[in-house]
Design a protein around this ligand. Structure first.
Ligand code: SAM
Ligand code: SF4
Length: 354
């Protein structure tokens, strides 16, 4: 089957596949898996009428059983098929991807697939130092960490773990080992860590990493997201500009999610991902494969497509390619956060893969 690329009905061509290798996580981020008492307390405080708070008690997400999780062979087969159809960028994510044993070997196998040009990993960083050398040896060069706070107490409140020092050490190690680029994601939430915005910018400059400030999206397992908790990208930019001289950067490519600025003195760059207030759906070229083998064409979709059954059955690659093409063709035009009829998807960010 000769392929012209994975095009949808709006003319967008899919090049980017995000693969969640596990839905498990060793953190309990307040915006993702808010299962701690502190998280519940935060959401209660945000409500004018606390008795109406969604997250009254910690809600516990239950992990998918191992038998439902795609094997590495199934994942690489899917990537091989997608690569034949023009996908060339892969991000390994989760849950916490470093909880899955052998992830370095998977990365090495994916890198060897013809057509794959770029493999990156997103991690909370807690276990990175244990696997850093194996990841480097597997040919991984691009690392993204998540770090929302530089204050140990606030870090613990936000992630449910006493892990700030380990994450900082992991970021420093990635720099020393010449992972390039090293990016750091920070989800900025009103009344929680927005007071740390400028400190996080300064941290990025000093550490030589690219900070990415992300708006809080309604993908938390407690379904407690509220619009008022979102710090708009425009507000973040205005505040950062009051302390730092910034120069806008050209988009690296049309589907780039972050708007980027470099520091005027040349010491690094920042990016802002305003998924809620300034959606970039029109340029979206992403697909997401969940750890249990469902393909999602949008973070916020309510429809997902079972590829696990196909990968585990007797289907030929050609049949799977046809299915993939038809799924992509029907990719939704965009999300409708903020509209009256918006409903948060059942899947949480931890189980979709961010
Ligand atoms: N566990 C890894 C980590 O945290 O880096 C990888 C998976 S995590 C789901 C991927 C990214 O999604 C993280 O940078 C995290 O901050 C972001 N994320 C999770 N929930 C989010 C939400 N509700 N809104 C915006 N970003 C979110
Ligand atoms: Fe885990 Fe990442 Fe979600 Fe935090 S954001 S709970 S580290 S999957």
């Amino acid at each position: 089957m000769k392929q012209q690329g994975l095009k949808d009905a709006f003319g967008r061509v899919m090049h980017d596949l995000r693969i969640s290798v596990t839905d498990r996580c060793n953190f309990r981020c307040l915006y993702c898996l808010p299962e701690t008492e502190e998280a519940s307390e935060f959401y209660r405080q945000q409500k004018a009428d606390p008795s109406k708070a969604n997250a009254k008690k910690p809600i516990c997400y239950s992990w998918k059983p191992k038998s439902e999780i795609l094997s590495f062979e199934e994942i690489t087969r899917f990537v091989r098929i997608a690569a034949r159809m023009g996908v060339h960028k892969i991000r390994i994510t989760g849950g916490e991807p470093l909880l899955r044993r052998g992830v370095a070997a998977l990365i090495s196998d994916i890198r060897a697939i013809p057509g794959i040009k770029d493999v990156a990993l997103t991690s909370n960083g807690f276990l990175f130092s244990r696997y850093a050398q194996a990841l480097k040896d597997a040919g991984l060069s691009r690392m993204t960490f998540s770090l929302d706070s530089l204050d140990p107490a606030n870090f613990k409140k936000m992630t449910g773990r006493t892990g700030l020092q380990s994450v900082l050490e992991s970021i420093a190690l990635a720099k020393r080992m010449d992972f390039d680029p090293v990016k750091v994601n920070a989800v900025i939430i009103s009344g929680l860590n927005d007071h740390e915005l400028e400190a996080l910018v300064a941290f990025g400059r000093d550490a030589g990493v690219r900070m990415r400030f992300i708006e809080y999206m309604p993908l938390d397992s407690g379904k407690a997201w509220q619009r008022e908790m979102v710090v708009a990208g425009s507000e973040m930019l205005e505040r950062i500009r009051q302390q730092f001289a910034l120069v806008p950067l050209e988009q690296a490519h049309a589907a780039e999610t972050a708007k980027r600025w470099k520091h005027a003195d040349g010491r690094g760059e920042i990016g802002i991902i305003a998924s809620v207030t300034m959606p970039f759906c029109q340029q979206c070229n992403r697909l997401r494969l969940t750890s249990d083998g469902y393909l999602r064409t949008c973070l916020f979709t309510h429809q997902e497509h079972d590829f696990k059954t196909m990968l585990r059955g007797q289907m030929t690659d050609e049949v799977i390619m046809e299915k993939l093409q038809s799924v992509v063709w029907n990719k939704e035009s965009g999300h409708n956060i903020g509209h009256q009829d918006f409903r948060q998807p059942q899947r949480t960010m931890s189980s979709i893969g961010g």
